[in-house]
Design a protein around this ligand. Structure first.
Ligand SMILES: Nc1ncnc2c1ncn2[C@@H]1O[C@H](COP(=O)(O)OP(=O)(O)OP(=O)(O)O)[C@@H](O)[C@H]1O
Ligand SMILES: [Mg+2]
Length: 381
């Protein structure tokens, strides 16, 4: 669907259906303008002073205002200011029709938010031309606004649909996962090596699928400002051991060595345990994916008293990341050419960044092509 197609081409915009408010304390001027403009089909409304003008603008749909400056009561500058200060009327184009010609008055008018000036006595055709021009701009602005609103609602529809699909997929996936985990626990010792590998590959695929779904749901929630962290105290060392155990079960290539170096004197951390576990699992999962056979992956964790920060590092001996990607790699959907098998969707690191930052921490990567990568994130105590 082309949401921009419905509207007229710019050159053919017909603005004669517009309603124009003329404000002037001289009835003769009102007559000249109303007669001149009505001939072309414009709907004309008039006011003899600023107070009436503001009342009309508040209740009727006005497309453009021709505004006198010197009037008894509220003058044109103040009327304009009130129109600009009001959320309902700030966008209405205003042409000031004035006997004042000094540059200072024009500057004052522009500062108050008028779009154009015309001096009295004016040539009607010139006023008509200026009016048509501003009405066309207003029409295009409104068209842009409508397109933007449509885009926003399409975006919301798309997000809702994504949510629904993911929710519907999660239940059957969990059932498959439970079945595979059961088979692995029950029969692992009896399986032939190639059967063990098949099971590990199937389990890994399920975990990856589940992680992608969870990441996508959480990123959406975080972007909509709807995610709430469930903070609790826990031992980071235990959590890292759990991630390693979980990964070991699904690492198919046993030549990759996954180890940890954890500071023994770390205090308990207060964070969302499930989320931090998924942050670490995401980075370790990448390290495993992008490290060739015989590579090493080391998880380090420490606590720095001076800064009161926990620091977790996941260092791999993989192919590394080019300098130009070191920051953008944390953006949604960014993937490098090293992703030979086109695995995943470039969501994992975006999830990690959003979640670490939601905890008040930060995340970065140090890497050089051919020299491995070191993902480092900190979390406040
Ligand atoms: N340790 C690493 N070594 C080399 N490249 C990496 C490493 N970690 C991430 N990358 C690169 O960064 C990209 C983005 O990683 P990210 O985790 O966001 O997405 P993904 O792993 O491709 O997919 P997803 O996490 O959604 O399953 C990866 O596709 C890969 O190109
Ligand atoms: Mg990933």
């Amino acid at each position: 669907m082309n949401i921009f197609r419905e509207e007229t081409e710019q050159g053919n915009i017909d603005v004669t259906d517009s309603t124009i408010l003329v404000v002037d304390d001289e009835p003769e001027i009102l007559n000249i303008v109303v007669n001149g403009f009505s001939r072309f089909g414009f709907k004309m409304v008039t006011a003899l002073n600023g107070e009436d003008a503001l009342e009309i603008v508040a209740k009727d749909k006005i497309d453009l205002i021709l505004l006198d400056i010197m009037m008894p009561g509220i003058n044109g500058f103040d009327v304009l200011k009130k129109i600009r200060d009001n959320k309902q009327t700030w966008h209405i184009p205003v042409i000031m029709v004035t006997a004042l010609n000094a540059p200072n008055d024009r500057i004052r008018g522009i500062e108050a938010g008028c779009h154009d000036f015309i001096s009295k006595p004016f040539i009607l055709e010139e006023l008509l031309a200026k009016t048509r021009f501003l009405l066309k701009i207003k029409f295009l602005y409104e068209q842009l606004e409508r397109s933007y609103e449509k885009l926003k609602s399409l975006e919301i529809m798309k997000d809702n649909l994504t949510h629904m699909v993911i929710h519907d997929l999660k239940n059957p996936l969990n059932t498959i996962l439970l079945g595979l985990e059961f088979l692995q626990k029950r029969f692992q010792s009896k399986l032939a090596p190639e059967e063990k590998i098949s099971l590990a590959v199937a389990l890994r695929a399920c975990y990856e699928l589940k992680a992608i779904m969870d990441d996508l749901l959480d990123i959406n929630k975080m972007e909509a400002g709807k995610i709430k962290l469930r903070l609790e105290k826990f031992d980071l060392a235990v959590l890292i051991t759990e991630v390693i155990e979980q990964m070991k079960v699904i690492i198919v290539d046993s030549s990759k060595v996954l180890s940890s170096q954890i500071d023994k004197k770390m205090p308990e951390i207060c964070a969302d345990r499930k989320i931090i576990k998924r942050v670490i699992a995401n980075i370790v999962n990448n390290a495993v994916k992008f490290t060739p056979s015989n590579g090493t992956i080391l998880i380090k964790a420490s606590f720095d008293k001076a800064s009161n920060n926990f620091c977790v590092q996941i260092k791999d001996s993989g192919e590394g990341i080019p300098e130009e990607y070191l920051e953008t790699i944390f953006d949604k959907f960014v993937q490098l050419n090293n992703n030979k098998f086109n695995v995943g969707h470039g969501l994992g690191l975006n999830f990690c960044k959003l979640m670490v930052e939601a905890h008040g921490g930060n995340i970065r990567v140090e890497s050089k092509p051919g020299k491995g990568s070191n993902f480092i994130f900190t979390l406040p105590a």
